[in-house]
Design a protein around this ligand. Structure first.
Ligand SMILES: [Zn+2]
Length: 293
């Protein structure tokens, strides 16, 4: 029993000073808000989110709707941290990536802001003011259709995330696409003036794909003009609407077209063969017809 007495002796030698040094830091989060989450999981698989809305969210219906939209291969666990603050635990990077890259998402027309939680974060500490959108950049002149210009333009609209890999696949494009992280507390940008040094200025215009409800009075995402705070500050006769539905990119609609089997999209080079459509003679293609126009 020599070892036991050694331990006892060692413990007796520990003074208060020793105990107060060292220690172990546990990452349990503020107020234990990570309770319910498997702490062995990488918190990077746990984005947090909120909806851009003042009212109440039907939690059960929201969970069902998002799960049906996302169809995550490994499932998702959704927990309400507090009213309108949710933790989404995914179980595979593939699933979380598809969700984050597929934004914007919405439930009952209420936009979801969703962001990855970094290791040190707790759900309440994550800034949820940015939404990633694809923006179409129209009216760029030929010499300006470059990655460098797109990056500058993206950083003017918000924070540049990436540009569309298909931007330069074909010779002529009506517009180029850029993915931008947009601050929902600031008005959307409508257009931008650019030029090359010494040349004349010209305007490029922006159209936002799948943009959630935004206000035509103040240009901010998350409310319509009926609920704009400007209405309480400015007499009705002086209210202007500098923003409009024209900033919304037309919906991409799936349409059945008989010749599409043999039509290439985007002039992609390389291997190509007619899509196997199971002999029906039909295939789906996308077009730019917007049912609302
Ligand atoms: Zn407004």
């Amino acid at each position: 029993m020599a070892s036991t007495s050694n331990i006892t002796q060692a413990m007796n030698n520990i003074t208060l000073d020793d105990e107060e040094e060292g220690g172990i830091a546990f990452d349990i989060g503020e107020g234990g808000v990570n309770a319910g989450v498997d702490n062995n999981k990488d918190t990077k698989l746990c984005p947090v989110g909120r909806f851009l809305v003042d009212g109440v969210i039907d939690f059960v219906a929201m969970k069902q709707t998002l799960a049906a939209l996302w169809r995550p291969g490994r499932g998702v666990y959704i927990r309400e941290v507090e009213p309108n603050l949710y933790l989404f635990q995914f179980y595979h990077e593939v699933d979380i990536k598809r969700v984050l890259e597929g934004s914007p998402w919405s439930f009952n027309k209420k936009a979801l802001i969703i962001s990855r939680m970094q290791d040190a974060d707790v759900p309440r500490g994550v800034s949820l003011n940015n939404i990633d959108l694809w923006v179409q950049v129209h009216d760029l002149r030929v010499g300006f259709m470059t990655e460098r210009v797109l990056k500058e333009v993206g950083n003017y609209i918000g924070v540049f995330v990436e540009s569309c890999s298909k931007n330069f696949h074909s010779i002529w494009k009506e517009y180029l696409r850029v993915r931008v992280s947009i601050d929902v507390t600031r008005p959307l940008k409508r257009r931008m003036k650019i030029r090359s040094s010494g040349a004349e200025w010209f305007w490029i215009n922006f159209k936002y794909e799948n943009v959630p409800t935004f206000c035509f009075i103040c240009g901010i995402i998350g409310h319509s003009e009926k609920f704009c705070s400007r209405l309480f500050e400015v007499p009705e006769a002086e209210i202007t609407k500098p923003y409009g539905v024209w900033m919304r990119a037309p919906l991409m609609r799936q349409t059945q077209l008989i010749g599409s089997k043999w039509l290439r999209e985007d002039g992609v080079d390389g291997d190509w063969k007619a899509a196997n459509d199971g002999g029906s003679g039909r295939n789906t293609v996308r077009n730019n017809l917007d049912p609302r126009n």
